[in-house]
Design a protein around this ligand. Sequence first.
Ligand code: ADP
Ligand code: MG
Length: 173
Amino acid sequence: MSILQLTLAILKPHIVKHPISLEKIRNIILTSNFKIVKSKRKTITVDEAEEFYEDHKNKFFYNRLITFMTSGPSDLYILAKEDAIKDWRALMGPTKVYRAQFEAPETIRGKYGLSDTRNATHGSDSPESVRREIRIFFPEFDVDKWYSEEEPAFRAKHVTFSDDLFIHKASIS
Ligand code: ADP
Ligand code: MG
């Protein structure tokens, strides 16, 4: 098994408000063999949302996107898996809710997306985006340190899972 990849996932505010959807998506994450390296629930600030979505500044949907993303608590996760970026985006499905519902109804966005803006989840699109997005939401997390100190244990599945914290921790061997 090769080295694990990290990705940043967000469960957007309408999911965190709805305990049943939240639980189902968390189960999808666990049964798809992602390890949860960091987990945080917080209301994203306007500054954070603007930095996070800076590439979309000129899009027609930018204002509604910032308003929605800062409207209540989101769940932010750093996930680890061999092909974490691609696998998480495949589980999420297409960005646009109608495409998701028609072309990929079994995906997370197909099932839990409400509109093109409220499309349930976020996933990083490249290793560069992962590092940028982790810096915004987990500034205390050192990616390089994680790779040298924790990745081997995670890869070997020497981890324990805490249901309460929704997080995996490297177990002491
Ligand atoms: P993805 O989240 O799949 O990477 P983008 O990076 O293109 O998609 O867009 C970022 C977010 O902006 C989307 O997840 C969605 O919340 C919102 N968004 C994208 N396209 C639209 C649209 N046409 N109308 C409304 N909101 C949109
Ligand atoms: Mg994107």
